[in-house]
Design a protein around this ligand. Structure first.
Ligand code: KIV
Ligand code: ZN
Length: 515
């Protein structure tokens, strides 16, 4: 039986970035976009161009760099947002504008303060503005999961007439149940005039843990695009996870009449990259990409798998990219091998000077840790991508004392706006002492929301990767630091978070504002 194509629309760089503290730099977004392209994602939602100049520049750089996947920008249904999106995607080989407006009674009345007629009129105008830039226009009815079906039919009919090519049905607040959501999709496809001329898409949030189940139910009822994110990153409880949707469709090919173009062996590398860049660790028991997803603890299971793999395994670990983390480089590797591997990983090096600097740091790391993996290179290059302008605070040196029965002590030398400052503090442990020392200087008054340490690779010589999440007033930022010494990694992560707070970059939240 020939299968229909299921479009995989990845929104890690847009909805994923709306997770608290998950904002990414242009360079980090480019790296993720390149990995998504390598994975053969059909559409990359690269951001929300009107959010800030930084978001606009990131989308534009992605549009310039990516040739195989369609590059998309989100835009509210207003002229300014749409023109910003149109300009941002202009260099793309294939560019899409994704415009949206809320359609549920509660959103129209309380958030937009618009009548249903005004909402339809605005949506139709939005499609017209978007079509000045591209024919590939997607329309979303925000909070469709709590909207009236008759109204959805009405607005979808009008935007299809106006030229929208993809109609997206978001369960914005993750309220729907699979049968209900599936039947909503079937009803819309049956009732909306022109339904056969567009691709039906779904975008499900995970508030009840049903985002993937709802997306799959919709696919069975005719949806041919799923919007999803790597590791299920996204607002609140997140979005449908790309890896789960893709592997469900592939593993249950007997049930689904569709197939994706995804190269599944790129899934685990993508998951690691996104986790590293955003500081959102992957829970060990997460399907497909969790560390335990293919581990068999119980003796009965181990025995079964050894006798015949399919007794307890429905997928093969290597098919989703486990074991793909290559031992890439070592102490004796030269500058050319280093440069070549960075290129293969899609990591941009701005200048020869940056390459020399990064290579020197790579050599230092290789002295401490003999085997260097792709993940080590990503961590090292994330550090390198921090420009002096982003580094108001910098760790220059550290001395930490920790001994049984003694109070732990940290003595740090920091650069603060270019001036050298020495500071000391005690604490309940060496990390606490280091954070207190930094805070004595920064006096940020921020609250520590999260401190987590992960080993980047295996072995006791692995680099520890630390994430620190700080909140200050309305703002939440994540900082990362990696080092073979976890006290240094922790201090770097704290300082990285402080630098992000210091940068004061403010972005518009697409769904928090009116049109
Ligand atoms: O969840 C949502 O409704 C969205 C839309 C902007 C598509 O993210
Ligand atoms: Zn969303």
């Amino acid at each position: 039986m020939s299968k229909e194509h299921l479009v995989i629309f990845d929104t890690t760089l847009r909805d994923g970035e709306q997770s608290p503290g998950a904002s990414m730099t242009r360079e980090e977004k480019l790296r993720i976009a390149r990995q998504l392209e390598r994975m053969r994602v059909d559409v990359i939602e690269a951001g929300f161009a009107a959010a800030s100049n930084g978001d606009f520049d990131s989308i534009r750089s992605i549009a310039e760099a990516i040739r195989e996947s369609t590059v998309c920008s989100l835009a509210r249904a207003n002229e300014n947002d749409i023109r910003r999106a149109g300009e941002a995607i202009r260099p793309a080989a294939q560019g899409r504008i994704h415009t949206f407006i809320a359609t549920s009674p509660i959103h129209m009345e309380k958030k937009l303060r618009m009548t249903p007629d005004q909402v339809v009129e605005q949506a139709v105008k939005a499609i017209g503005w978007a079509r000045e830039y591209t024919d590939d226009v997607e329309f979303s009815a925000e909070d469709a999961g709590r909207s009236e079906v008759d109204f959805l039919c009405r607005i979808f009919e009008q935007v299809i007439k106006a030229g929208a090519k993809t109609i997206n049905v978001p369960d914005t607040v993750g309220y729907n149940l699979p049968e209900q959501f599936g039947s909503l999709i079937r009803t819309l496809i049956e009732r909306v005039p022109g339904a056969d001329k567009v691709v039906w898409s779904v975008h499900c949030h995970n508030d009840l843990g049903l985002a993937v189940a709802n997306s799959l139910a919709a696919v069975r009822m005719g949806a041919r695009q799923v919007e999803c994110t790597i590791n299920g990153l996204g607002e609140r409880a997140g979005n449908a996870s790309l890896e789960e949707v893709v592997m469900a469709v592939r593993t249950r090919a007997d049930i689904f009449p569709v197939e994706t173009h995804i190269d599944a062996t790129q899934i685990v590398p993508a998951s690691r990259l996104v986790s590293q860049v955003t500081g959102y660790p992957v829970q060990p028991n997460k399907a497909i990409v969790g560390a335990n997803a293919f581990a068999h603890e119980s003796g009965i299971h181990q025995d079964g798998v050894l006798k015949h793999r399919e007794t307890y395994e429905i997928m093969r670990a290597e098919d989703v990219g486990w074991g793909a983390n290559k031992l890439v480089l070592g102490k004796l590797s030269g500058r050319n091998a280093f440069r070549a591997r960075l290129q293969e990983l899609g990591i941009e090096v701005a200048s020869e000077e940056q390459l020399n600097h990064a290579f020197a740091r790579f050599k230092e790391l290789a002295d401490k840790k003999h085997e260097i993996f792709d993940e080590d290179l990503h961590a090292l290059m994330s550090d390198e991508a921090v420009t002096p302008a982003d580094e108001y605070y910098k760790l220059l040196a550290s001395r930490v004392h920790s001994e049984t029965g003694e109070v732990p002590l940290a003595a740090l030398t920091l650069s603060v706006g270019g001036a050298e400052v020495k500071v000391e503090s005690s604490g309940s442990g060496p990390v606490d002492a280091a954070f207190k020392a930094i805070e004595q200087v920064a006096k940020s008054g921020s609250e520590l929301l999260l401190y987590s340490v992960n080993a980047i690779t295996t072995g006791t010589d692995a680099q520890g990767e630390v994430t620190v999440r700080l909140s200050h007033g309305e703002r939440v930022v994540n900082g990362q630091g990696a080092d073979t010494d976890i006290i240094i990694a922790s201090a770097k992560a704290y300082i990285n978070a402080l630098n992000r707070l210091h940068s004061n970059a403010v972005r518009l939240d697409p769904q928090g504002e009116t049109v």
